[in-house]
Write a protein that binds this ligand. Structure first.
Ligand SMILES: [Zn+2]
Ligand SMILES: [Zn+2]
Length: 308
């Protein structure tokens, strides 16, 4: 299996930077105010070696900044940067998806309070132009100014080698999502499905992945209820995969990654590789994450999160 040259996608670029399980979890913890090495160690259930590796990586790509808390204590604390603060929309959409599809006492206990309106809220994503709720089935893609081919490496440096069965700490408020998205191939296959690809051979053509791993990830997605499958040929029997409602409900999360990737993962500054159009209104689809009560855009410093 060698590297592949495929159509550039900001989703893939974003995933290659922050899409591994532990990076997602570390950024999540910093959003909730856990910002020391020992705090993160405890909160995520990660090993010391992996944590220190990911912290270095996140600093290198400009997603975390290390500071000393005070001259007396000299304890290192990690801060978000302008780049990583903009992943807040992704965190909110991850919570929204998780809450809709999973029920556990710890998830039920999570509350988000929007300080400007004082209400407990559910974040939702609307089209920035027409204000309708974003539905991935109404998105259309065209090559953008930065359309090019990217090398898809067989191995991405930062990827954890953890299996999909390895589960992050109970405390994570979007652990199910992290389990799906934190695996490179699983996330890539979901993204391809949003672009209308649905057969094994199509996925295989776009991804430098071994066939047994691809089969395994597709089975996992069916088990998790993100994909359904149906036979489109009898002899030999071949299947195609389609997104379920649960799978489509994940679209706003992926759109936040695409928007973030357009802005922060554009090494040559050429602009978006792909332009997303909202078919219902005909405009460029810019998803905005808003409060379901007052309709205002949700900003990190305006939202309080209560974990229990
Ligand atoms: Zn629209
Ligand atoms: Zn509000």
């Amino acid at each position: 299996m060698s590297d592949l040259l495929t159509r550039a996608s900001s989703i893939n670029r974003a995933l290659d930077q922050i899409g591994d399980k532990w990076s997602l979890l570390i950024i999540q913890e910093v959003f909730w105010g856990i910002n020391t090495f020992s705090g993160m160690l405890e909160a995520t259930g990660v090993s010391r070696g992996v944590l220190s590796d990911r912290l270095k990586w996140l600093q290198r790509i400009g997603c975390l900044r290390k500071r000393t808390s005070s001259p007396e204590s000299r304890r290192a604390v990690y801060h978000l940067t302008r780049k990583s603060i903009e992943l807040y929309d992704s965190a909110l959409m991850a919570i929204a998806w998780e809450r809709k599809h999973y029920r556990t006492p710890s998830l039920d206990a999570v509350q988000l309070m929007h300080k400007p309106c004082g209400k407990l809220i559910n974040p939702r994503m609307i089209c920035g132009t027409c204000g309708e709720d974003v539905d991935g089935r109404e998105a259309h893609y065209l090559p953008g100014p930065g359309a090019t081919k990217d090398v898809r490496e067989k191995k991405v440096r930062r990827r954890s080698t953890l299996s999909v069965d390895e589960v992050p700490s109970e405390r994570s408020v979007y652990r199910n999502l992290v389990n799906l998205v934190g695996d490179r191939w699983t996330a890539n296959v979901i993204a391809l499905a949003y672009h209308g690809q649905n057969r094994f051979e199509e996925f295989h053509k776009e991804l430098p992945v071994a066939t047994n791993i691809l089969s395994d990830r597709l089975r996992f997605l069916v088990e998790q209820g993100v994909f359904g499958s149906r036979a489109y040929q009898q002899r030999p029997r071949r299947f195609e995969y389609y997104l379920t409602e649960k799978g489509w409900d994940m679209y706003p999360f992926f759109l936040t990654l695409l928007q973030w990737g357009d802005k922060w993962c554009d090494p040559e500054g050429k602009g978006a590789p792909m332009v997303v159009t909202h078919e219902s209104c005909g405009n460029h689809l810019k998803g905005r994450v808003v409060c379901d009560h007052c309709g205002e855009v949700l900003l990190a410093h305006d939202v309080d999160i209560y974990l229990e």
